[in-house]
Each structure stands twice: as C-alpha cells, then as structure tokens.
Design a protein around this ligand. Sequence first.
Ligand SMILES: [Zn+2]
Length: 433
Amino acid sequence: MPRTRRRTVPLPSSFLDFFEHVCYNVHMNELLTRTICIKLDVTGHEAALQETQHRFNEAASWIATLCWEERITNTNTAHHRVYGETRSLFGLGAQLAICARTKAMEAVKAVRIQEAEKLARWRKANAHKKSKEKKPLPPPEPASCPHFRPHSSIRYDARTYRLLSLDRVSLNTIDGRIIARLLPGLRQHEMLEDPDWKIGGAELVWRNGTYFLHVTQSKDVPNVTPAEDAIGVDLGICNVATDSTGEQFTGAEVREKRSRFVARRAALQRVGTKSAKRRLKQMSGQERRYMRDVNHRIAKTLVQKAVVSRKALALEDLTGIRESVTVRREHRYERHSWAFFQLRLFLMYKAAWAGVEVRLVDPAYTSATCSRCGYCASMNRQSQASFLCQQCGFCCHADYNAAVNISLVACQAANSSSGTSPATSPLASAGGS
Ligand SMILES: [Zn+2]
C-alpha cells in the first residue's frame, strides 16, 4: 500500500481503529484511495496463516529495531542490510521478506516524523514562553522504536496476493500459496469490480478470531474546477458545521445523543463487570456508526452546494491544533474526537471526488474578528454562540461569523496568489491585533 501521502489532517491515533467497511483517503492533487475491508473464509488454512503472521511480525519488529538503532532511513540501504537475514532468521519467502521490510520502514518513518513534529512544536512553544518570561517546558519524551504484536497485520503487495474470479483470493504464506474465499457484501462486491478503480496492495488483518482483507484501491483525482469564490465552513464547536451562506448543521440532536452516550459510557465504566464491558463495546459501535452517517450526510450536502454554485470550499487549517488552541473543557471532547476529524476527512474526500477545490486557511482570529467591519477583539465573542461587534454592533451567530471570515480569507489568499486585485477583506486589517 503506498504510504507516501502528504498528511493534511492530523488524525488522532484512535481514528485508525475506525475502519468500518470502507475507509477513504485523499492524497491532495494526486490520488484518491479507498480501502475495502472484506471478511475472509480461511477454512483449512488457519495454521499456515497464523504461523505466517507470527513470523512476519517478528521479522518486521526485528527490522524496525535494527533500522531504528542504526538510523537507517533509506529503503535501498535497509534492503541490503536486512534482506538475507530476514529470510534465514524468520523463514520468510523473498516477497514476504520485502513486505515485512516495507511495513517496518513505514512504521519507523512515521514515528520519526511524529517525533520531529513534536520537537518542533516544543521549540515553538518554548520560544513563546521565553518571550513572555515564563518557565520553559520540559522536552518531550524521546520516541521509542515501533514494535509489532504477533497478531498484527500482514502486508501484501501485487506479488504476494492476487484477487481471483468468484471472490477468491490467493495469498502467499510460509507454506506456499493458499486460496481463501472472500465474503464481500453486495456493495463491497460492486466496489471491487468497479473498473474505474485500480487495485493496489492489501493488508491481512486478524480480529477476534476472524480474518479480514483490507484491499486498497486508487484512482486519479479529477481535475479541480477553478472557482473564484469559496464557501467558508466552520466546523465543530457550537454546531457540527456552519457555512458562510448561513446554513447550520446544528448538531443539537447529535449533541444530545452523544451526551447520552458519554453518560452511559461513564456509568458502565464504573460498573466494570464483564457484561458491562461487552455492552460498552456494542455502544462504541453504535455511536461510531451514528456519527459516521451524520458526517457523511453533512459532507455530501456541503460539497453538493459547492458544486452547484461553482465555488471552492474553505476550511480552517487545523494542523497542530491540539497543542495550539485552548478549547474550553466542555468542548474538548468535540474538538478532539475522531468524529470531528472524520467530518473534515469526508469533506476533503468528497470535494476531491467532485473536483471541488478545498482551501485551508489560518484559523487565527476567524472567531474574534467582525466579518462586517473587520474589528478584531476577543470581547466580540460574547459566548460560544453569539457574536456582537464592539465597534459596529454587528450581531450574529458566532459560528456563522467565523464561516464568513473563513470564506473571506480564502478568497483573499486566492486573489493575491493569482495576482489579481487584492480584495479588501476585513481580516486584512485585523491581522495583528
Ligand atoms: Zn463590526
């Protein structure tokens, strides 16, 4: 599976657990990818698969440790260093040995990138503290080398697995090739057969005694329709989403449902019995499916609106938001929850899919600046919900005001970069305050 994607949205690690049936991804201006998770019938081959899985992950852990300690980052160097030993020590075939190396190197690289980002944020935060003559922060804990559990997934590439007719799949194991049966649903079957999508690598995942094949597909991103204007979208604090045309996806129902989930979860966690734990697991599934559905619908509506009005979509650029923005305690759950990031992801994905341009804007001052006169002050923000300009008296919903600002900044940025006359946006004068 190609992992050279540029990260555009910071994903909480728990997000990765939310594979349902399909998981979508956008590599901006490059490729659309999606992963279809299909149940597998491996009757008769359990032992071979399990043994392969154990050895594959042992090998991947060994490779990761070695590359970590010797600070190897180059794929070629890694290959020459570990290939022979991977085969002789763990008894993997040539192709599986290569897949284990790919998996290990990707994990090492991801941890290194995370570590570097953490350090950069720490330096930035410390510089800020220093300028205000506050006590410096302790340096972040050094990252540790990734390790794979014996039941972790097996990576397959075009040479180690093949989809066959009649929903069968041939998989490479240490006992040679085996043929397993895929058990796709109707929709998954259609997606697999869709000629528009190219089939890429796959991941064999074991979960609670069942094997799943996560098949990756990819497709070129359609050309982006050029747009002058942008619809600004404010996500997440008071309402699930508010756009600059004034439409609100209030999330009242969502909030009520979610707070019920939160309360019930807390109660069950206090109980702590076996059946309570089972119930908790069921509930997490319900909440997840519910939010996923809500997010899909909102994203669809917003993208549709952009298509019809031939506009771009503008969102706040939230890279690193978890460290840099203070969010009130009662809203923290929303800002940091996977559901919030999921909506952004769906929006990006559906927009790319429909050829709608997505512009990311700096979130600074979007909520404190008046979208009518440009006066910027924290006093403007009366509460989470209401905005009242201290200068011109403009009064509206705070999220709507933010959405209009986002759209203004996006248009301004687009105009100044394309060399046309710079728009006079209120935010232009508000920058420094
Ligand atoms: Zn004003």
